[in-house]
Design a protein. Sequence first.
Length: 314
Amino acid sequence: MNKVKVLIIFLTSLMGILSVYGCSAIQFKKKGVPHLPLQAKFKKTNLALVLGAGGAKGFAHVGVIEELEKAGIVPDVIIGCSAGAIIGALYAAEPNIHSLKSVVLSGKNSDIVETNISEWPYSVYSHHKLIKYLHTNLKSIDFKNLKIPVVIAATNLQHGNLTAFSEGDIIQPILASAAYPGAFPAVKIEEQYFVDCGVSNPVPVQLARNLGFKKVIAVNISGQLPESSPNHIFGMLMRSIEISYINNARSAAENADVVINFDFKNIPVFSDQYNDYLYEAGKKATQHAMPKILTLQKKKQKIKRNIRNLSQKK
């Protein structure tokens, strides 16, 4: 029996197994409507920091934040997507880079990933360990108690739209934002199901614009395509998904004032072998972008002075 026949039999068997579960678990509301656009009001809308999706590549966000903190740059809001949601929330709860590094850089894949067949056939991992990790390391689990305002973005599984959360308990929105399809199960919030933000918008810059933020720094950790070529049907599917994801991330980030990009290759979605490398890459990329960032800050300060002068003249 050749390999093609074996693959066909395997796929047919897999579809048969999945069909057994077809009537259970996720059920969309027939008359369900998407969540309303975010109505949050922010005291300041000058600078937004958008931390994009990218699995383990999210360790680079730590290096980015460190360089921004060194430069005295504090965003008026952090908008987090997937890995960016986790890192952003941890930092917003306690805006201290030393604390963030001690929690994140020593992290292991096993701290947040747990294989659990109870989630089959929708995912191979459960959220149990990630929930424990967040409760242990987040200084606050309520949006209103964060020291820097945070918006968490996720994808509505039924309607396909990007949904933003900024009120109440922060744990469920983070789980939803980081619910990588196939790895983690969809998260149910207010009778609707949500998955990874990266599915709809890996770097939600437009969300920052819609919320009225004048200046946006975006961190795009999508990286580059793997160098290896696919040699089976699943490889073809994965590479196609990666192409779509990388192009979506680049397109979404274009609307930012400053984009911090990376050339990561061959970094697995779930890995703890590259923590230090990714962190250092985050620092270097931000140092490279710092002249643009500082110019952005100077423009903001100039606008403030002009507004103040106009007010005094009146």
